[in-house]
Write a protein that binds this ligand. Sequence first.
Ligand code: SF4
Length: 321
Amino acid sequence: MVELVDQKKPTIVVSRCLGFCKCRYNGDVLTSPFVEALKPHVNYVTACPEVEIGLGVPRNPVRLVNRAGAIELYQPAEERTFTEEMNRYSVQFFDSVGTIHGLILKGRSPSCGIKDVKVYASTEKSSSSQKGVGIFAAHAIARYPNLPIEEEGRLTNYAIREHFLTKLYAMFRFQAVKESCSMKELVRFHSEYKFLLMAYHQMQLRLLGKIVANQECRKPEEVFALYEEHLGLALSRPPSKSNFINAFLHIFGYFSDTLSEKEKSFLLDRLQKYREDKVHISAIQNVMRAYAIQRNLDYLLNQAIWSPYPEELLDISDSGR
Ligand code: SF4
């Protein structure tokens, strides 16, 4: 658990072996440059479910096995099953963790892996026949359908990392608005996220607009719960490049009449190069933002699409995975 939560930063649950403790089955600790880079910007709550259920370090490895259709956590060397202990611990952990905004878990672990974890066909010597989800991770996914949950290995990919950070900070900012229970703040949040949501999911953007307008006169708590659910859906997948271009063209409409022909053709050329993967999205963001600054377009300047997360976290390196 975190000892002191800085309310100005998002809180992330992280697998403890990712740089915090030598708690892997063989006594190792792993390094994740992304987890490290995030340290000054977030509150981390670490968890090592296998240690917490008493397996100790070092320990004989555990694995997922399919026993007559039920997925169990099994330790072949001791011929013991730990499914119940892991389920109990996971429920207790998430019951007591408080407000969190995202999770970064260790990939391929039978406890922490969020996808593609080997599932063995039986407790006898057998090869893995299917892929599944670690037991602790499955509890996280069921409990937090709207939060970003990723594996450390996938976060070496630029697009996945960008999406994770965008969703993390959107959910963190939304949480503060939800806690205020102020409809005025919700309107402001929705207005500032308009173009980012347009890039992510136009249909959900329209639905979110209707939820905020609240013509059904729902109670504020119901409005916030509904908005949170649809915000999660809107941000469930990374946006396509063409949707981003569409959002930029809408922004372009705010000042296109004030641009010279040369300025217009420069901007349209940047958009085309972005479409062709020849320039990074920040090249478009910077040019458009500069135009909005010159014209004092405060509505545009307050948009989350320019910097959905702290700029210090921008790292365009990509493992290519
Ligand atoms: S993957 Fe999860 S259970 Fe395994 S060592 Fe890391 S934190 Fe512990």
